[in-house]
Design a protein around this ligand. Structure first.
Ligand code: FA5
Length: 341
């Protein structure tokens, strides 16, 4: 019997040598000292042992169980340490490796320019009012002194949804909607998308305008000139000058087209300004008395100035962009140039 115990211990030791993982170790340990293990099975032979030797036999089996369990426990500690070390090695982070570059977005040039225009005018006390993109004939034309069959309606080739509902061709309806809601003093910007049946290198069927409106007592063309002079200095540079050319808009009287000195040649004449030294940036004028009256403002007490500029036009002038379509193609190579980093 003694020999059998020694053999079992040697067998367990030999098997232990071959084990390399704690998971396998657990199973092998059970094979020897678990409930149905080989050592436990020895106790089943107790009935064949003479009664006076049973206590000694039981003690020997228990001692063997303890010895083999200890061998397994020692190995388990070693294996667990080894496995933990392997896990650490596998998860090791080299903090000295340079980080991979993170692709960052950039603000679209139209938004850069829009924000700059807002900053310029909001700094002069303007508030922002947004009107609807789909509007009625009344707000887009009639209330702006452009009755049905007025030849000025040809000035904007309009996208009609029904006879009365259309995609607004300009942001000037913002003037009317503001004046209907608010009595002077009024000083607002009305930005947004506008739509016209136009399509070439400098005209897009969808583009962005910003309308400006000031209504108060004694507002004159001088105020318009002073306001726009200040604006172009902020928008372009200190040396930029404006000039007014007589023009016609049914909703302003007098009306002007406003030019600025070319930001590329500073007035000398170049390909950007077609040799004139000047570039047109917006339409403006003194609000027609009919428009004030139709919106419920007493034109004998108040007068107003208004202007409407195209954000694409100013962006193209500012950044020397020759084709308006590049602003809508979302070509990442083009847009990346405006990344401020
Ligand atoms: C108007 O739209 C007037 N409502 C502006 C105005 C407001 C005048 C208040 C007086 C008082 P105009 O059609 O000129 O005006 O357009 C204004 C600006 O929009 C132009 O100077 C130009 O910069 C821009 N623009 C016009 N059509 C297009 C187009 N198809 N694509 C891109 N920009 C355009």
């Amino acid at each position: 019997m003694q020999e059998k115990f020694v053999q079992l211990k040697e067998k367990a030791k030999a098997e232990l040598e071959t084990i390399t993982s704690s998971k396998v170790l657990f199973d092998v340990k059970a094979k020897y000292v678990g409930k149905s293990g080989e050592v436990t099975a020895l106790l089943r032979g107790m009935k064949d042992v003479p009664a006076d030797q049973r206590a000694a036999f039981g003690k020997m089996v228990n001692d063997l169980k303890v010895e083999i369990s200890e061998l397994f426990n020692e190995k388990e500690v070693l294996l667990k340490e080894k496995e933990l070390q392997e896990k650490f090695d596998a998860e090791k982070v080299d903090v000295t490796i340079p980080a991979s570059p993170v692709a960052s977005g950039s603000i679209h040039p139209l938004n850069i320019v829009k924000n700059k225009i807002f900053d310029a005018f909001c700094g002069m006390g303007f508030e922002v009012f947004e009107g609807p993109e789909i509007d009625t004939d009344y707000y887009c034309f009639q209330a702006l002194n452009i009755p049905k069959d007025h030849p000025a309606r040809d000035m904007q080739d309009t996208f009609y949804i029904t006879d009365n509902i259309l995609l607004r061709p300009h942001t000037s309806p913002g003037q009317v909607r503001t004046m209907e809601k608010k009595q002077p003093p009024i000083k607002i910007l009305s930005p947004g998308r506008v739509y016209r049946a136009d399509d070439d290198a400098s005209h897009s069927p969808m583009f962005h305008q910003i309308e400006g409106l000031v209504v108060d007592k004694g507002v004159s063309l001088c105020d318009l000139k002073g306001l726009l002079d200040e604006f172009v200095k902020i928008m372009f540079d200190e040396d930029t000058k404006t000039r007014f050319r007589p023009s016609y808009f049914p909703f302003t009287e007098p009306s002007v087209e406003v030019d600025v000195t070319c930001c590329k040649c500073h007035g000398k004449g170049c390909n950007l300004c077609k040799g004139t030294g000047w570039i047109e940036i917006l339409g403006a004028g003194i609000v027609n008395k009919n428009v004030l009256e139709m919106s419920g403002i007493d034109s004998n007490v108040y007068s107003g100035l208004a202007f409407g500029l195209g954000i694409e036009r100013i962006t193209m002038i500012k950044y020397g962009i020759s084709d308006i379509r590049t602003l809508f193609e979302n070509n990442v190579k083009f847009l990346k140039q405006f990344n401020r980093r």
